[in-house]
Design a protein around this ligand. Structure first.
Ligand SMILES: [Zn+2]
Length: 100
């Protein structure tokens, strides 16, 4: 005669299955989010956030700015504003003169 699992055992295994499926669904969601982030990064990398055209990186002194020659926007990466602020007075004027 086969041994039937008790109600408590059945409940235990059902909970384990549910927990496993919840974990797998969470992993699938995280993977999809990471893929979407990567797709968005590839789609928008070095594109102007205002007009969507290509940005051109221009170096001046040790500051590198991303310039959009379509709409005229000028973009800074993390840390570049601090680097500009550390420069001597007149640096921004000299930087502006490059693009005018
Ligand atoms: Zn632009």
């Amino acid at each position: 005669m086969p041994i039937r699992p008790s109600d408590k055992e059945e409940e235990y295994f059902a909970r384990q299955q549910a927990e496993l499926k919840r974990r797998l669904a969470e992993e699938a969601r995280r993977k999809l989010e990471a893929e979407e982030r990567e797709r968005a990064r590839q789609l928008h990398y070095m594109k102007c956030p205002k007009c969507g055209m290509d940005l051109q990186e221009i170096g001046f002194s040790d500051v590198r700015v991303d310039k959009c020659f379509s709409c005229g926007g000028l973009w800074l990466d993390e840390g570049e504003l601090d680097r500009i602020l550390d420069k001597e007075a007149g640096f921004l004027r000299r930087l502006r003169s490059i693009f005018s």
